[in-house]
Structures are given as structure tokens and as C-alpha cells.
Design a protein around this ligand. Structure first.
Ligand code: SF4
Ligand code: SF4
Length: 84
């Protein structure tokens, strides 16, 4: 028995942001994500120690860089930063 390899379609889903690389590869690390509740206030971006939060209509966390520190969740006024 070997480890199943992700299909090309699954990789495309990952690139499209539908699936995190960690999830795809069965990694052990968790990452935070930002939900649709985000009001784009920008507070979390300033708190992130690894600068992995990007501006947008709603803000977005780069899950490949996030170190799961919880700083963003602690400052978000609408609890939109959640452990993925
Ligand atoms: S959990 Fe920490 S590292 Fe991850 S996005 Fe939030 S502030 Fe940044
Ligand atoms: S702190 Fe919360 S509401 Fe503000 S930009 Fe970040 S995720 Fe969105």
C-alpha cells in the first residue's frame, strides 16, 4: 500500500484556493482562514507576524505561510478568522 497521490484535478482545486495544500497532502499543520463574515477592516493584516494576510473584498490568509498563531482571530471584530 502506498500513499495516494492527489490527482491533477485536485491540484487545480488547490491552486484555485478551494483546497489547502496541507489538506491535499494530508499534512499535520493547521492554518487559519477567513470566512465570508469578514468586513475587510484590515485589523488582522497588521497583527499577522508572518504577513500572510492579503487585502480583498474579504481578506485572505495564505494557508501555506500561516503559522497558526491565533493573533488574527484575537483581534477580528466579527470572528471571521477561524482555524481551518
Ligand atoms: S493565525 Fe497567525 S500566522 Fe496565521 S494568518 Fe492569523 S495572524 Fe497570521
Ligand atoms: S480582522 Fe476580521 S473583519 Fe477585519 S479584515 Fe481581518 S478577517 Fe476581515
Amino acid at each position: 500500500m502506498g500513499t495516494a497521490q492527489p490527482s491533477p484535478l485536485e491540484y487545480l482545486s488547490c491552486l484555485a484556493g478551494e483546497v489547502s495544500l496541507n489538506d491535499l497532502l494530508g499534512g499535520e499543520t493547521m492554518a487559519y482562514k477567513i470566512t465570508d463574515a469578514c468586513i475587510a477592516c484590515g485589523v488582522c493584516k497588521d497583527e499577522c507576524p508572518v504577513n500572510c494576510i492579503s487585502e480583498g473584498d474579504i481578506y485572505v490568509i495564505d494557508e501555506a505561510v500561516c503559522i497558526d498563531c491565533d493573533a488574527c482571530a484575537g483581534v477580528c471584530p466579527v470572528d471571521a478568522c477561524v482555524s481551518a
